[in-house]
Ligand binder design. Sequence first.
Ligand code: HEC
Ligand code: HEC
Ligand code: HEC
Length: 426
Amino acid sequence: MTKRKILLIAAAVVAAGVAAVAAIPRAFETSVVTKDVNTPLSADQMKQLAERGAYVARVADCYACHTAKEGPAWAGGMPFHTPFGTIYATNISPDMEFGIGRWTRAEFHRAMQDGIGKDGKPLYPAMPYTSYRQMSADDVDAVYAYLLTRAPTRVENRKNELSFPFSIRQLMAFWNVVNLRRHGFVADPAHSAVRNRGRYIVDALAHCGECHTPRNVMQGMKAADYLKGSVIEGVEAPDITKGGLTRMGFDPLTLARFMKSGLSAQGSMTNQMFEVVHFSTQYMRDEDLQAMAAYLFHLESTPKTETAPPAPTPVSIPTQVADAARATYRNLCAGCHGADGQGIPHVAVPLSTNISLRLASPRDLTQAVLHGIPAQRFPGLERMEPMPEFAQLIDDRAIADLVNWMRARWGGQQPSVTAEDIAKLR
Ligand code: HEC
Ligand code: HEC
Ligand code: HEC
């Protein structure tokens, strides 16, 4: 990120601050905690709620962020690199000193839905309270009960490393005024219970928009471009609106299955999406996965049969490029992905029907070819072999040709990638 952009963001934050001062009366009204949560839950209630909370916490994917790689469960420590510095997820085990053992029910609700910490200071939106704001009070209670029945871990929180002025937590109060939705989740009576449940999962619990909705200059989600795709850590989290999903080759049933297994004719989940499947969606109940798919496809229920969208029409490209690329493909790729890109079961996913060839941006395809994919363990499979990296093996020109040819042949995309584009992604 350039200096200029950081300055712009700083200016935007200050401007928002000024705007917010005018809106202070409103700022104090932003709480969406409406249920009476001041009465502590009884031991019996806690026990009953904890069981449900285990599932809610899975769907909301709390564990993935609040457990460091190889670290003790719920002890925090996972770093989040933002343009403003590094924020560390916190210990949310019930440890009395380092975790949330002393948090009251009301304090927990405030954190989850209003983004306010125990000390009354705002949390950073690296914690997706921006989405959890829409969680039902009952689900928040259930997660609270579940967490307080985990094993406490005595691990101290790491201090965030943020640059000034972002190190001032109070600034987030202004950010919230501008970026936080005013309301919790409201079911739409015009739609079925299934579709409403789907929206609740997508927006409130599974927080798909936190990665798939592009962000504005202040890093807030752009409501106008809801789920239309965003770039995170150099990888494109694609458009998952109905149009985007159809272009990728999904129908509601294949999408629901894909979220469960991480694998389909459309390819495999990689990067951060692999982790979403690994820690969260593979555990979702079928009816929840199907509700989510119904909502994303604007349907009141999920159809019983698959209706795969038609394959894209191949685009012709100059013979020279095609010949060179075909040879590269035959030599380097066909052994694992099949001569016609059809994939080889237990070896590698199909490319002829692969999402990364159908996206408007060649970014994810190029990243996979350049940097490979580490071995990943998919639900129900022992382990998928790694995809080797080719950055050292082929030059920019040959990769550009290969990418253009694969996208034209199987993805129906005009050849648009230059050797310079590849150099930039290296
Ligand atoms: C995308 C990553 C992410 C997910 C998912 C996530 N959190 Fe967090 N959470 C964070 C980060 C980062 C912080 C620290 C924020 C800060 O320093 O202001 C945090 C802070 C918190 C806090 C405040 C703790 C404190 O000591 O101040 C609580 C409580 C919390 N999270 C609970 C949850 C629960 C419950 C879930 C699941 C429903 C969840 N989080 C899911 C990243 C995440
Ligand atoms: C932590 C960030 C994150 C969250 C949360 C997230 N996604 Fe993704 N998603 C990604 C990224 C990154 C990719 C691109 C993965 C790749 O490189 O193949 C992706 C890809 C996808 C794809 C296309 C598959 C592919 O391999 O490209 C679908 C479909 C999808 N996500 C749906 C969802 C849905 C539905 C949700 C909510 C349940 C969700 N995602 C939540 C980051 C995320
Ligand atoms: C040694 C076997 C092997 C070779 C050779 C190989 N791949 Fe792969 N490739 C894989 C595997 C395995 C995966 C799936 C990895 C995963 O998702 O865990 C994969 C995944 C991919 C993906 C990502 C698909 C997705 O769904 O996200 C692309 C794109 C790809 N390969 C392109 C290529 C190209 C182009 C070549 C030749 C330059 C190539 N591969 C050579 C094994 C291979």
